[in-house]
Design a protein around this ligand. Structure first.
Ligand code: SAH
Length: 230
């Protein structure tokens, strides 16, 4: 993500470990919303989700769909319009209010027993429920189990050091026959600006050997990076 970044405990500054040291704070996200610095928002929704919607829904009706770190994702309305019920969680109250306003949905708001300072916003029809709190506090609200999770801009926005905890939380929220659809991003780390070293990729080779095949992987790439002083 762009913008100013708080670097927490940044002693180990090896270039590829760089990401590990970046802790995006909740304040950072709130500020992004306040300043309307929300380049991540997809006004027309995610086109990969649109394309794979049928695979994801698998013909089922009346599902409970969860949007972790939902922002004001317009796809929440897509699912509601198809008759599913949607639950989202988002730290920015502004994002949640903008969602309902922009989708022309009236809504109610109340506090959440068990999470101090948290609020829950519900569309008047009751099909969309958005919690305003940190995802890591959500287990203290009784949200039940979900049939579907759409994760775009969520896992990737979680600080790497918190991802295992996030994964455990997601697994605790899914029910039988769940489908979890995850959108991820990868990029060439040698091009990532902000690192303290110059990074050069010297070689990328196929390192898949017979003994690795029992792991059921189909590729295994070995990459050699050279770090030099910037
Ligand atoms: N999934 C959305 C938004 C992605 S951006 C989309 O596809 O558009 C990540 C969002 O997560 C931001 O809106 C940010 O305010 C929110 N966020 C970041 N950390 C959070 C946390 N710990 N708990 C809840 N929301 C968080």
């Amino acid at each position: 993500m762009d913008g100013s970044i708080t670097v927490a405990g940044a002693k180990d500054h090896s270039a590829l470990g760089e990401q590990q040291n970046k802790a995006l704070t909740l304040e950072y996200w709130l500020q992004k919303w306040d300043q309307h610095n929300i380049g991540f928002h997809q006004e027309h929704g995610n086109q990969l989700l649109r394309k794979h919607m049928n695979t994801f829904l698998n013909g089922r009706k009346g599902l409970r769909v969860f949007f972790p770190l939902c922002g004001k994702a317009v796809e929440m309305k897509w699912f509601a319009d198809l008759g599913h019920s949607v639950v989202g969680v988002e730290i920015s109250e502004l994002a949640i209010r903008e969602f309902f306003t922009e989708q022309n949905l009236s809504y109610s708001e109340e506090s959440v027993a068990g999470i101090s300072g948290a609020k829950v916003f519900k569309s008047s029809s009751g099909t969309i429920t958005l919690y305003c709190c940190s995802i890591f506090d959500l287990p203290r609200a009784d949200v039940g189990k979900f049939d579907r999770i759409w994760d775009r801009g969520s896992l990737v926005a979680i600080n790497p050091g918190d991802r295992e905890c996030y994964a455990r939380l997601m697994l605790s929220l899914v029910g039988k026959d769940f489908h979890y659809l995850l959108a991820t991003l990868s990029y060439d780390p040698t091009k990532y600006s902000g690192s303290t070293c110059n990074i050069q990729c010297l070689e990328k080779v196929d390192a898949l050997e017979e003994r690795h095949k029992k792991w059921k992987i189909d590729y295994f790439i070995e990459t050699l990076y050279l770090f030099t002083e910037k």
